[in-house]
Design a protein around this ligand. Structure first.
Ligand code: FMN
Length: 205
């Protein structure tokens, strides 16, 4: 089993990275393969709405996103960790996720998702909701914890004092492993529900 972890922070060894470490410790103990991708200083630009992917099923912008799509396809779970910028996930991770989810067409159903928001003080719950939207439009169940997944700190490393946030991350990681295993067993036993073609209904008159 494999989990892909995407860290939106530009800061190397920042607070999001510490939270990622907390998750990877659990996944390693549970013998789950892990791939961590941090945006760091990479210039991940936003979706061009060009329609190229609707035919080619990959993004026209040739950066890390197409490679991440392959990793996501191979994975049983996806974790997104984002710093909070102005009450939202940071711009780079939104650019990445819009393109990753929109351009790829492999079956994402029943891959397990988990999102975390890291902030100095406020905006974690809006960011958590925002990130969960990528999962809930893709028929991906969400592994939850004992709070709305957050972690607090301003300067690098301050999140280490947020014992509750880090403990919650461990709980979510364990729950995620349980869900991935349970879903694998259920897939083997029952198969996935029948896939339906979407009936697109645009709100136009
Ligand atoms: C452009 C910018 C906007 C920010 N906006 C918020 C915010 O809305 N709420 C908040 O609590 N912290 C905000 N912060 C602080 C970061 O969320 C905080 O420092 C966090 O620990 C950064 O995570 P990182 O170390 O993984 O990059 C902001 C930081 C930056 C650089």
């Amino acid at each position: 089993m494999k989990v892909l972890i995407i860290n939106g922070s530009p800061r190397i060894n920042g607070n999001s990275s510490k939270l990622v470490d907390e998750l990877t410790n659990v996944f390693k103990k549970e013998k789950i393969d892990i791939e961590v991708f941090q945006i760091g200083g990479k210039a991940i630009r936003g979706c061009l709405a060009c329609g190229y992917c609707l035919e080619k099923h990959e993004c026209v912008i040739k950066d890390e996103v197409n490679q991440l799509a392959k990793s996501f396809d191979e994975s049983d779970g996806l974790v997104i960790v984002s710093p909070v910028y102005y009450g939202s996930a940071n711009g780079s991770i939104i650019s990445l996720l819009d393109r990753l989810f929109y351009s790829s067409n492999f079956d994402k159903r029943f891959k397990v998702g988990a999102a975390f928001a890291v902030a100095r003080r406020a905006g974690t719950t809006t960011t958590f909701d925002e990130l969960n939207k990528y999962f809930t439009i893709a028929q991906m169940p969400i592994a939850s914890g004992r709070y709305w997944n957050n972690g607090f700190g301003r300067e690098k490393g301050q999140i280490e004092k947020d014992e509750e946030g880090l403990q919650n991350a461990q709980i979510v990681a364990k729950n995620m492993v349980f869900l991935m295993k349970a879903i694998k067993d259920a897939k083997d036993k029952y198969g996935l529900p029948e896939k339906k073609e979407t009936k697109y209904t645009h709100f136009i008159r």
